[in-house]
Write a protein that binds this ligand. Structure first.
Ligand code: HEM
Length: 507
């Protein structure tokens, strides 16, 4: 085609204009970056730089879609590619730092003073309930509210609270076992479904309310739990119809009279503190739902995995059975277990640790309130990284829990990895010859999970009740899932599919 000379000079000018804009923009970015670097070095020293940046062509979302698919793989890929223990990228409109070296995973606990400890909750409130961060951060900044919540959480760790709640949970489980299974015939059930039903009723009866523990609530809780991961990643709510319906139904029950009448001590204290500290009803109910989810969302999959591995690993089942035989149980009657008896269940204890090493791989965001200067020393690098105020650290346990230099064959489930020695001490883990705090499924610092003891006792109690009361066998032909650490998201990893088991009560 012959081009008109006038037309071609027009397009040349357009091209020149675009090129000039691009060059000016790039130059301006370079100048800004150089100025920023100089300002940082002036303030903090010549060796201080920002961590390597991983850019993305997707506006706003940045690397969120890639990270969301497989957080563990994402972190490994970029820290190895850039040979750095920390890298930065854009995630859903926020500048985020990821930690690729086990030695630095504890930074979100060690640098707690520089961080907004409530970030996860503020984030949760925004993504799950649509409550803007400006509102929820104001409530969390209220010192009285914070003091009351922490005092209430601390109670969860006391024997006075754990003993009756573990007992209540066991009474419920025992009753369900007696009602659902007979001595004369095998009953076929889906294992995850069975654990879900029992632990939902047991935990909510212990901590939340009878109204929320009612089995009619189970489908709503399940849909809510299933959708949380997607909602956190920012999936539009119109694509999460069942999640929204489940959430709204649970909130409706939490607002209702039946809940108020049957609310348990732990949640009642929260309601009272919210009312006293001027927390809006909307926020208060959202907080109650978040707390109720925290008590259950991680516990159900963790207990499922312990039972599933117990059914497939003969050595674990035999060791747990032996521990159980050492406990003097009353002859011929079904019984629940005391905390002291559960403390003797060493094999289950170790298996629970191993399940959480592989399966509790949530990412924990923390917003930075004050600049952090991080000293990085590795065989290949020595400098200091600035993590500036206003950005976010994505705390991540996978880096630590799946580090082959700490745990040999990290993808193999080894139930005895955490067995205590004859003095009752836990095994010591090291990296580069240095002792390392290598097991952190419950977080750390101020936000260390206050439900950790209850979760451990509930898991062991459930396993002990099953072992002592039931014969369970996997239905022939069924495949049993195993933990896939690359499925990490929000909370403990759920199984990819359920498994049918056959159950009969022992005579
Ligand atoms: C296997 C089971 C569980 C796991 C793996 C787990 C894990 C965690 C983690 C990692 C955090 C810290 C989150 C952060 O980074 O901010 C946390 C906080 C929390 N957990 Fe758990 N949790 C479990 C069971 C429970 C149970 C049974 C309860 C209640 C009875 C509970 C109540 C809480 C509460 C209230 C917080 C917030 C603490 C605070 O912000 O001060 N958790 N949990």
């Amino acid at each position: 085609m012959i081009q008109h000379p006038k037309n071609s000079s027009f397009w040349n000018s357009v091209l020149l204009g675009v090129l000039t804009v691009v060059c000016c923009y790039t130059l301006q970015q370079k100048i800004q970056a150089e100025r920023k670097k100089r300002a940082i070095q002036k303030e903090y020293g010549q060796d201080v730089v920002e961590p390597p940046y991983v850019s993305s062509w997707i506006p706003f979302l940045g690397k969120a879609p890639e990270m969301g698919k497989d957080p563990l793989q994402f972190i490994r890929k970029y820290s190895q590619k850039l040979d750095t223990p920390v890298f930065t990228c854009l995630i859903a409109g926020k500048t985020c730092h990821f930690i690729g070296d086990s030695h630095f995973v504890g930074i979100i606990y060690d640098k707690a003073k520089h961080l907004e400890g409530q970030s996860l909750k503020i984030y949760f409130f925004e993504k799950i309930f649509g409550i803007p961060p400006e509102i929820s951060s104001k409530s969390y900044a209220n010192p009285e509210h914070l003091k009351d919540s922490q005092a209430n959480y601390r109670r969860l760790l006391t024997k006075e609270m754990i003993e009756p709640t573990v007992q209540t949970a066991q009474d419920i489980i025992l009753q369900m076992i007696q009602q659902e299974f007979s001595e004369d015939q095998w009953t076929e059930v889906a294992l995850h479904e069975m654990v879900f039903r029992a632990i939902h009723k047991a935990t909510y009866t212990a901590f939340v309310s009878d109204a929320m523990a009612d089995p009619s609530m189970l489908p709503y809780f399940r849909e809510f739990d299933k959708g949380i991961g997607k909602a956190i990643k920012g999936t539009p709510k119109f694509l999460l119809k069942d999640f929204v319906e489940g959430r709204n139904k649970l909130l409706e029950v939490l607002r209702g009279e039946e809940h108020k009448k049957t609310v348990k001590d732990f949640l009642r204290s929260k309601h009272e503190s919210d009312a006293k500290n001027g927390i809006t009803p909307e926020e208060s109910h959202a907080g109650s739902l978040a707390l109720s989810w925290a008590s259950l969302g991680n516990t159900i999959p963790s207990i499922f995995w312990v039972i599933a591995y117990m059914l497939t690993d003969d050595s674990l089942r035999t060791a747990a059975q032996k521990d159980l035989e050492r406990i003097q149980l009353p002859q011929g009657e079904s019984t629940t277990f005391t905390l002291e008896e559960l403390d003797q269940m060493a094999a289950l204890d170790s298996a629970f640790h191993e399940v959480l090493r592989m399966g509790a791989l949530a990412v924990s965001p923390r917003d930075i309130k004050e600049d952090i200067v991080l000293e990085v020393k590795s065989p290949t690098q020595k400098h200091r990284y600035l993590l500036p105020k206003g950005t976010r650290i994505m705390g991540n346990v996978p880096t630590l829990h799946m580090d082959p230099e700490i745990y040999a064959n990290p993808y193999n489930f080894q139930w005895d990895r955490f067995l205590k020695d004859s003095n009752g001490d836990m095994p010591v883990f090291t990296k580069d010859g240095k002792r390392i705090d290598a097991w952190r499924p419950f977080g750390g610092g101020q936000q260390l999970c206050p439900g950790r003891k209850f979760a451990m006792y509930e898991c062991k109690a459930y396993a002990c009740l099953l072992l002592s009361m039931l014969e369970i066998r996997i239905k022939p032909g069924e495949t049993v899932p195993t933990i896939n650490p690359h499925n990490g998201g929000v909370g403990a990893i759920a199984p990819e599919h359920d498994v049918l088991v056959q159950v009969r009560r022992k005579k």
